[in-house]
Design a protein around this ligand. Structure first.
Ligand SMILES: Cc1ncc(COP(=O)(O)O)c(C=O)c1O
Length: 377
């Protein structure tokens, strides 16, 4: 690639603007030239300028103001935390009592849950679809339905998986009560009390709660705020057969927001398959990308069913509907039984509403959600 290729042009432009900000030529609050002005001044395409501004936004140097343009950010981005260095010993988890005390404080329920602001959810459309579902599919209230979930919803989920290269059939998917039930079923399928499960450090508090309630020991793996879990540390930790499973969020982990590079995901999946250690992947934030391409989940590199893929519509459509799913790979049959034992099924009315929304307004909605920058709580 040489310096005139479009890929580098946008980087050059982003670097030039970044150095003007660093030198104080552009100061906090200053307005940048519009995309079109910049295009004319620099004699580059609009795509190059748009991409350069996106890079600057991602670096936290500029911000878009609706109907106004791009401005130099007033607050410099916070420095990144260092890669964590947790204890190399596995230990039982004990967070539930503390979290429960905290949850009882009024309005504290969503702390750490990274839920988009309520006005960003498609409330009016969901209301309409719920009334419609009640009118047209009243049997959904008088039936238990299949434990694995409505075929119409599972078909939609399978179709959408094509977007990240997933070739899933309807029966590869089990609908769950949120992502948390998917993770819980997976833990039960692959580990028993006393087993060691490797996790990111830090990780989502709900994962710690699950580990505690399953009596599983956590082995915290050093995790970098940008590139995610350290493959070297995980390689060492999984060498001697002590680790029974891994539970990771390769795309936009909570709370760090780290994104594992694609090469690391591929290497991770290959290493764990070789060592016969199942990977429970939490991809609940996979659709929340700022770049053009959706980052691939680790599941995209799975050739032997060793990755148990979990996600939900909680952050994308509505937390209250409680609709999630799991693709259990080689554990699928076991997961179906566990789902049946755990909660029998997921409310079919809610599944129908999500299936309808996926068919009608979802694509536009998720683009808007991405543009808005997402998390409000
Ligand atoms: C990383 C992660 N996984 C799972 C969940 C739980 O998702 P759900 O509400 O769909 O059960 C959350 C919620 O905050 C989360 O941040």
């Amino acid at each position: 690639m040489n310096a005139t290729t479009p890929t580098l042009l946008y980087q050059h432009l982003a670097d030039d603007v970044a150095s003007m900000i660093a030198s104080g030529t552009l100061r906090p609050g200053d307005k940048l030239p519009s995309l079109r002005e910049m295009r004319t001044r620099r004699q580059v395409s609009l795509t190059t300028v748009t991409e350069a501004f996106r890079v600057l936004e991602d670096r936290g140097l500029i911000e878009a103001r609706p109907q106004s343009g791009f401005y130099v950010r007033r607050r410099p981005p916070l420095p990144l935390p260092a890669q964590s260095s947790p204890s190399p010993e596995p230990s039982l988890v004990s967070v539930n009592a503390l979290l429960w005390r905290y949850m009882r404080i009024a309005h504290a329920g969503t702390f750490g849950c990274a839920v988009p602001a309520a006005e960003l959810f498609p409330g009016a459309q969901l209301q309409k679809l719920t009334s419609e579902a009640l009118r047209r599919h009243s049997h959904l209230l008088s039936d238990y339905g299949k434990p694995a979930g409505l075929d119409s919803l599972r078909r939609q989920i399978a179709r959408r998986a094509l977007g990240w290269g997933g070739r899933l059939a309807v029966d590869d998917i089990i609908v769950t009560n949120g992502c948390i039930e998917a993770l819980s079923l997976c833990l039960r399928a692959v580990a028993q009390a006393g087993d060691v499960v490797a996790i990111e450090s830090p990780t989502y508090f709900g994962v710690l709660q699950l580990l505690e309630s399953h009596g599983v020991k956590a082995l915290e793996i050093p995790t970098h705020p940008v590139s995610g879990v350290s493959l070297e540390a995980l390689e060492l930790a999984t060498r001697h057969g002590q680790v029974k499973a891994c539970l990771l969020t390769p795309n936009f982990s909570n709370p760090l927001g780290s994104l594992m590079p694609e090469a690391n995901k591929r290497a991770l999946v290959e290493m764990l398959a070789e060592r016969n250690i199942p990977l429970i992947e939490d991809d609940i934030y996979g659709e929340f990308h700022f770049g053009r391409e959706r980052p691939l989940p680790a599941k995209a590199f799975d050739t032997c069913g060793n990755v148990l893929y979990c996600s939900s519509f909680t952050k994308m459509i509505s937390p209250g509907l409680r609709v999630g799913w799991v693709c259990g790979g080689r554990y699928q049959a076991k997961l179906e039984v566990l789902k049946y034992i755990n909660s029998f099924t997921t409310p079919a009315l809610m599944q129908q509403v999500v299936a309808q929304f996926l068919e009608s307004g979802f694509d536009r909605h998720i683009r808007r959600l991405r543009r808005s920058g997402g998390a409000g709580n």
